[in-house]
Design a binder for this molecule. Structure first.
Ligand code: NAD
Length: 484
């Protein structure tokens, strides 16, 4: 099954922060892979723009090293790398000063798509937006791409939105949440809205509850000091987990177009009930014999920041009234695994008697590793000996289904950057969505800060704090095992 690659129109893409970590690990290797796939026109140009002093040749060497280090090996062909590097330029630019802006202007071509990727600290977003306009570099057709974190609370997110809105229209702003670029996340929409099978069951009448888990095995390590100002709620829940929650819970949009989809997502966030403190469990990982605790990693021996959070929330609308959504995410957990699990109710009556046990259907949507979906269904155990029931998975692993092309499943960043060039905002967060998400999380954070809530310690490489397990146990439910 060969995948179809549709080349995009000619473009100039400027990457502010083009020498930074994100650009080297994700953006530039991603662009290179799109180049190898034949999606980038030969004339398209990628312009690195950063404060560091380099010329174009040095920048190309930086990018070559990044591709070799961070691109999947099968695409690292020396000839192709050379051809790709020829499409790169570099300008030294100071976001807060005048240096470099006229050079950048001189480089930009007329008559092609112009996109500006702000891969720099959010404190520079306003400066970049302002200079792009005051130096006459960007016009009303230009697109800007901004990275997370988009604020640390409602006030700061509003300020960022306001700073960008002074110079750019909402239709020009692409707020990245790379979770939305994942193949499975989009497939979730295809499965929900492309089949008649699921949607009639997708409500509180048939769904017992929904679990969303994003588990990492890494700790905060060298990013400890930075992470300590944020914590799992700000770093993961407010953006990634909320986005997944929206896609799983939203009403069918009338069309697969940016505003129709984002309107429906926004309605979900606005319908979230306030969460009480007994609906939240916060945790911090403990030390092991060889590895430091969260507090040691963060550099603050009294830190109250959470490296784990589990919460129970409800959506007040006709579809979901009474159905709990359990969200959890954490660092140094037992496996790197992200999944959404739709846990259906038991059949209303078992004709097979008590001894057949309880068998509920589960649709599990795995985001990493091995993106794919599994539907657990109940069948008769094969062979003689009466009617014994077992659960078997109906497995749709993309790697198997797509055969040789599986390796070519595009990385989330690649897909999203190409969507920017195509001018498709469907998989990007709108300003009001981000603000609504902060408006929901802010009171929760404020309430635990006011209470002086101390996160519960959990063993490194475990499933998280005991209280998180208790939260579901009290309701006769349990978390799904965290496993790769
Ligand atoms: P970084 O510190 O590695 O790179 C920062 C880049 O910005 C460098 O190229 C630097 O030269 C440039 N820069 C700094 N000040 C500048 C100025 N005044 N004018 C022009 N250029 C300037 O940072 P990073 O890790 O690449 O992160 C960039 C952005 O992406 C941040 O907003 C970060 O929160 C976000 N982000 C990063 C990651 C990641 O994995 N690194 C993941 C998600 C989001």
């Amino acid at each position: 099954m060969a995948s179809r690659v549709i080349p995009v129109d000619d473009f100039d893409l400027v990457i502010f922060g083009g020498t930074g970590d994100l650009a080297r690990r994700k953006i530039l290797p991603g662009l290179y892979r799109r180049f190898c796939a034949g999606q980038m026109p030969e004339t398209a140009r990628i312009i690195g723009a950063a404060r560091s002093e380099h010329d174009t040749e040095e920048f190309r060497q930086i990018v070559r090293a990044a591709i070799i280090e961070f691109s999947a090996t099968h695409t690292c062909d020396e000839g192709q790398i050379g051809a790709f590097l020829k499409q790169l330029e570099y300008v030294q630019v100071d976001a807060r000063g005048d240096q470099g802006w006229t050079d950048l202007k001189a480089l930009m071509r007329d008559g092609v798509i112009k996109s500006y990727y702000f891969s720099v600290a959010p404190s520079l977003f306003g400066d970049l937006a302002e200079r792009l306009m005051s130096f006459g570099i960007a016009d009303r057709e230009a697109r800007i791409v901004v990275e997370k974190p988009f604020g640390r609370d409602l006030g700061s997110a509003r300020k960022l939105n306001g700073d960008l809105a002074k110079h750019f229209d909402e239709t020009q702003i692409y707020r990245i949440d790379h979770y939305l670029g994942k193949e499975t996340v989009q497939n979730l929409m295809a499965v929900r809205f492309g089949n008649i099978l699921f949607e009639p069951l997708w409500n509180s009448q048939y769904v017992d509850h929904i679990q969303i888990t994003v588990a990492e095995t890494v700790g905060v390590g060298g990013r400890g000091e930075y992470y300590d100002k944020s914590g799992a709620m700000r770093d993961m829940v407010q953006n990634h987990l909320m986005q997944l929650l929206c896609l799983i819970a939203m009403e069918p949009p009338s069309r697969f177009d940016p505003d129709a989809v984002r309107d429906e997502k926004l309605k979900v966030i606005r319908a979230l009930e306030p969460v009480e403190h007994h609906d939240i469990v916060r945790g911090q990982y403990d030390s092991t014999e060889d590895e430091p605790s969260y507090r040691e990693d963060s550099g603050d021996p009294r830190s109250h920041t959470e490296s784990f959070i589990a919460l129970r929330c409800k959506i007040s609308n006709w579809r979901w009234a009474g159905t709990p959504f359990y969200l959890r995410t954490g660092k140094k957990l037992k496996a790197r695994a992200s999944e959404i699990a739709v846990m259906f109710k038991d059949a209303p009556h078992s004709i097979f008697g008590e001894e057949a046990g309880r068998h509920a259907n589960v649709l599990s949507i795995r985001l990493q590793p091995n993106e794919g979906m599994t539907l657990k269904v109940t069948i008769k155990e094969p062979g003689p000996g009466g009617m014994r029931l077992i659960d078997v998975p109906l497995d749709m692993s993309f790697a198997e289904a797509l055969g040789e092309d599986a390796e070519e499943i595009t990385d989330a960043y690649e897909r999203l950057i190409m969507d920017v060039i195509r001018g498709n905002q469907t998989l990007f967060m709108r300003g009001d969505e981000v603000e609504a998400a902060w408006a929901w999380t802010d009171p929760l954070i404020e309430s635990w800060e006011k209470r002086g809530d101390v996160p519960q310690l959990y063993d490194a490489y475990s499933s998280g704090p005991e209280d998180a397990a208790m939260m579901l146990h009290q309701e006769g439910r349990r978390w799904r095992e965290i496993k790769e």
